[in-house]
Design a protein around this ligand. Structure first.
Ligand code: AP5
Length: 220
């Protein structure tokens, strides 16, 4: 399986990617997670991108291409991958196409996850992540169990809100999505790779619709 999950911030790309990982056994490649790890480690990459991420803007294409090239070269991506948050610009999409052509493993599908703006805002303002186990909750739609533990691995959930999930930054991220990432919809439609999913509704309903549009894509 070599697919891209495309959609606005809060459309559920990360949540559904994790479900696909469990079903198909290929890794989720989330550029947002890779960058957040770099920031948490204080690596040179992390130091370079921290302020950009917190502002809601995109990290530059050449940095992102280096990140994705290194990640896709790891052995676990040899059987496939679920790209979450990449590509986000036409330049990234073109570079990805060349990279995958070089290794003879082109994309099989790009799934657009469609959610209305009001719901995106609610999902993002409600998102909370457990610092200990990394699990993502939502105070409105998927609240952490009370009392703790949050998932059995943690003895106590230590929830935090992503710095870019403040109301002001969410607005900026949605504008950036419209300006820089939405053109990918036509790009992938023209390439005959685009599939569309109604990503509103509960997690299971979205997962079922996603599975339906991917039913002809091989698991590995
Ligand atoms: P990134 O981490 O990729 O953020 P994003 O694309 O803005 O996406 P999100 O993680 O916010 O949302 P999601 O669609 O994964 O939703 P989720 O499943 O978590 O990028 C962060 C930053 O890194 C960027 O702004 C940029 O600076 C930089 N960056 C990353 N990649 C880059 C690139 N390629 N180029 C340049 N810069 C890059 O769900 C959200 C919430 O909703 C959760 O709380 C979840 O529990 C809940 N939820 C999900 N689905 C449902 C449902 N069906 N019903 C109810 N609640 C739901």
């Amino acid at each position: 399986m070599r697919i891209v999950l495309l959609g606005a911030p809060g459309s559920g790309k990360g949540t559904q990617a994790q479900r696909l990982v469990r079903v198909h056994g290929v890794p989720q490649v989330s550029t947002g997670d890779l960058l957040r790890e770099a920031v948490a480690q204080g690596s040179p990459l992390g130091q370079r991108v921290k302020a950009v991420m917190e502002s809601g803007a995109l990290v530059d294409d050449s940095t992102m291409l280096a990140v994705i090239r290194e990640r896709l070269a790891r052995p676990d991506a040899g059987h496939g991958f679920i790209l979450d948050g990449f590509p986000r610009t036409i330049a990234q999409a073109e570079a990805l196409q060349s990279l995958l052509a070089e290794i003879g493993r082109p994309l099989e599908a790009v799934v657009l996850m469609k959610v209305n703006q009001e719901l995106l805002f609610r999902r993002l303002t409600g998102r909370r992540t457990c610092r200990t186990c990394g699990r993502v909750f939502n105070i409105y739609s998927a609240p952490p169990p009370v009392p703790p533990p949050c998932d059995g691995r943690c003895t106590a959930p230590d929830l935090f809100q992503r710095p870019d999930d403040s109301e002001a930054t969410i607005g900026r991220r949605l504008e950036v999505y419209q300006a820089q990432t939405q053109p990918l919809i036509d790009y992938y439609r023209r390439a005959r790779l685009l599939r569309e999913v109604d990503a509103e509704g509960d997690l299971d309903a979205v997962a079922t619709r996603l599975a339906a549009v991917l039913k002809d894509v091989r698991a590995i």
